[in-house]
Design a protein. Structure first.
Length: 107
């Protein structure tokens, strides 16, 4: 999968998880596991990028004597999901066209 498309999908999946409620890194990795294999070294740069884009906010809560960073989606993050979904409709049309032209050559 093309890197830019995959990055957009990872961002949209993370933001979608946060629409369920605030969460922290390890929990996000567990929650996304059935859909994507995501390591900490991949997740945290994505979270920082989303924070810089004001798609999410970060706050800390003490847990077992340590601070745990929680992530919360913003209105900007919700708009980013909406943008992804509208773009995805175009990708789906292209996919359907390619499958139609190539007959039974589905992956």
């Amino acid at each position: 999968m093309e890197a830019q498309m995959k990055r957009g999908m990872v961002e949209a999946c993370i933001l979608s998880l946060l629409t369920r409620g605030d969460s922290y890194g390890y929990q996000l990795i567990k929650d996304i596991a059935p859909i994507l294999e995501l390591s900490e070294s991949t997740l945290y740069p994505v979270l920082r990028r989303l924070e810089a884009a004001e798609s999410l906010t970060v706050y800390s809560v003490e847990h077992n004597g340590r601070l745990r960073k929680y992530y919360a989606i913003t209105d900007g993050g919700r708009r980013k999901i909406a943008d992804f979904l509208s773009e995805w409709a175009d990708v789906k049309k292209a996919y359907d066209f390619i499958v139609g032209v190539n007959g039974d050559a589905q992956p």
